[in-house]
Design a protein around this ligand. Sequence first.
Ligand code: GDP
Length: 497
Amino acid sequence: ASIGSSQREPKKDVLLGGLLVPGFDEHSCASRYQAAYYHKDMARRPSPHLIKRLREQEALQRRCGPGTEPYARASQRLKSGQTDAAADEIDGCHYLVLISYRGLGNRMLAMASAFLYALLTDRVLLVDRGYGDTLTSLFCEPFPNATWALPHDFPLENFKDLGEDAPESYGNVAVNRSGSVTGLRFVYLHLDHAASQANRLVYCDDHRQFLHRLQWAVLRTDQYMAPGLFFNLAYRDELDRLFPSKDSVFHILSRYLLHPTNDIWGMVTRYYDSYLRNADERVGIQIRVFENRDKPFQQVLDQILACTSQEHLLPAVVGAAGGVSPPAFKAGAAGGGGGGGARSVAVLVTGLSSWYADSIREMYWKSATVTGEAVRVHQPSHEEHQHYFHGQHDMKALAEIYLLSLTDKIVASGWSTFGYAGYGLAGHTPYLLFRPMNYSEPAPNPPCTRAMSMEPCSHGAPGFECTRKEINRNIDTGVLLPHVRPCEDMSWGLKLT
Ligand code: GDP
């Protein structure tokens, strides 16, 4: 997957405007500095304040992270249950441990937004390695001379089993203990997409008053926390300075944080170079069907084609509804392609089933396009069924999320964090397919919509105002802030715009 230096464009900004630091060993993680040669330029530039805070966070990870004396002391304190240390006794080191669970897209949204939360609360981010050490086989270390992987000897046993009812859960502490953390070794932040409103009170915590008193926080989330953090007055000014444009928080953080390891980068670049690079245009179609059935759904195919037609993403074929008579042969008339042939469109389909891509490919084989363009349809894998923390399966999933991020336009399935991660990394505002609630019924009409922004949708945002904290009265929080809106694909979800 190496790009010869002769092929390199002379002045590529591989450090992405200061987002990345130089000095990492290039060979141990080729994607970190090579990605700029594959991606389009970033949709937004990182702000100077974000860059400054990233460097400070990196320093914090180095000073307090695993392998340091402060980490050894903090982990000893957690183990022994010693909770009464004064702030100056704890080396100024606080920790946020992220539990890894659910699918890869979920985990990527969780990692990016947990990182933002760690940055806002001055905590060291430590990510649970997942079953089979998935973290380190999928992602490179993001911080220089530090590790974000939770050490194997992390002293809190069974922390992965923590649930909403744990005595340490924020909801319990806030509601049943009036915020008292006396005697607790750590606090558990339960921000799963289905968390109770009491647990979602974390979003309103003023860490300077309450959470900061605990050196250790354990976080469970499978979703994108960022929109909810904007409700917290304690963070709002800082968030404004970090992200003058609110529509690209995940885009910027994912490009900073989530670098695929060399094995995956090899899969990405080999596929890209073989099937996508030479096309005049690349269209990504991410297909996610939330129903376990072995047979594919005609309705889903109809919906995708209705969307690509409505949005003029793929050419119509001759003889299709609205099509015209076959075009006269014009060698090279459509231009592009470099070789004088017809303009070519490469379609990258991702999905668990191969039927959808096969059907689209066959359509373009049997019938000519009305524009004369050549449409090539590619699908890297069809795993048929979803698995969790399965080495090869997860690697393919990450390679495909990354490949989606190298396309020019993306059609993504509503509700799917896999798609959110793909278009967010890309920095494209996607075309979102509305999720059919019953796949056997006719496809939703309209089939899709152009999204408001390139941001993922948060599936578990707070349903209350932080000034009132009325957890028993769910209000529409999508009207409170100009940059936090209900999602296109999920009415109770929230997204940044
Ligand atoms: P979500 O369930 O759509 O929100 O996305 P997740 O990524 O969290 O979970 C779905 C999981 O199913 C992925 O992580 C993969 O393991 C698998 N999966 C779903 N769609 C695809 C796909 O298009 N390609 C591959 N390789 N795996 C997929």
